[in-house]
Design a protein around this ligand. Structure first.
Ligand code: CP
Length: 328
């Protein structure tokens, strides 16, 4: 895949080679992310960071990644602070903002909205999450984390067993991650959710086509030999009301006691975050915070590396990062 000038809208645009190339670039970003080295390779460049839906990690890590490469960030947050609230189209917004920016990262509550926006943009657009559809940069950082965590235990993504738990219908991160995993061999899936919140058939079809075995269940059976457990939050914002979401909260809790009794040693615990820490939900208890296999904060840290890699790739500066090094 030729990244320079490309939009990053869906994981469907990647093959395994391009994913592994992104990961190799992310590895090279580590000394810059850790502040051991400094580069100004994107000095003078501007990121338009447009978040029309709440975000902590994705929005701030896009901005941090761009700053760490020497660029500047212009940001808008919330629908109400944008002219979209006055009826402006995504096309017009893109056409205008892309002349103020060198690259745009965007999150929006509507499925397909970031692709629609990209049609009006003159610069690369990176999808930071479009409704319940996709979250490609999260899927890349999740997969990067899985590769590192499994390698630590001498395992590979090929032949692993992953359990995805929770709101698999509206959780866009599990849609994108599942599609990325179709590029690997013999991955076994256990998909645990309330029946009403089960994985969409389009994702199941993709797993089927890839030859991956999947087991769909409403109980926590099947986790005993999982290599990766990927918990998700009930996506309240996709329901008609908070009360509609309430009926599903708290069904699939994980805490240290359950982990010790029912999981095999070294099962890696993941969650895209935010976790819903209210007592009625609490899908991932704080008592797991000292568990060395809890990878959730390593996941979030890896988001900066992946987003640095994507900026360097889409702006065509991968080979110049070290040429623009400056004193730390
Ligand atoms: N994982 C994730 O997308 O988190 P934010 O909603 O905080 O960006």
């Amino acid at each position: 895949m030729n990244f320079t000038g490309s939009n990053i809208l869906s994981v469907n645009q990647f093959d395994r080679d391009s994913v592994e190339y992104i990961f190799s670039v992310a590895d090279k970003m580590q000394p810059y992310a850790r502040r051991q080295k400094r580069t100004k390779v994107l000095e003078g460049a501007i990121l338009g960071n447009l978040f029309f839906e709440p975000s902590t990690r994705t929005r701030v890590s896009f901005g941090t990644a761009f700053n760490l490469l020497g660029g500047e960030v212009r940001e808008t947050t919330g629908m109400e602070s944008s002219a979209i609230a006055k009826g402006e189209s995504l096309y017009d917004t893109a056409r205008v903002l892309s002349s103020y920016s060198d690259v745009i990262a965007m999150r929006h509550p509507k499925s397909g909205s970031v692709a629609e926006f990209s049609e009006g943009s003159r610069v690369p657009v990176i999808n930071g999450g479009d409704g319940a559809n996709e979250h490609p940069t999260q899927a890349l950082l999740d997969l990067y984390t899985i590769e590192k965590e499994l390698a630590y235990h001498g395992q590979t993504i090929d032949n692993m067993h992953i359990c995805m738990i929770g709101d698999l219908k509206y959780g866009r991160t599990v849609h994108s991650l599942s599609k990325l995993l179709t590029m690997y061999k013999n991955v076994r899936f256990t998909l645990i959710s309330p029946r009403e919140l089960s994985m969409p058939s389009s994702v199941l079809d993709a797993l089927d086509t890839a030859g991956h075995a999947f087991h769909i269940t409403e109980t926590m059976e099947g986790i005993v030999d999982a290599d990766i457990v990927y918990q998700t939050r009930i996506q309240q914002e996709r329901f008609a009301s908070p009360q509609d979401a309430d009926q599903y909260r708290g069904r699939f809790r994980l805490n240290q006691d359950i982990y010790t009794k029912h999981y095999k040693p070294n099962t890696v615990i993941m969650h895209p975050l935010p976790r819903d820490s209210r007592s009625e939900a609490n899908e991932l208890d704080n008592d797991l915070n000292q568990n060395p296999n809890l990878a959730i904060f390593r996941q979030a840290d890896n988001g900066v590396l992946i987003r640095m890699a994507l900026f360097a790739l889409t702006l065509g500066v991968v080979d110049q990062v070290d040429q623009y090094e400056c004193p730390v």
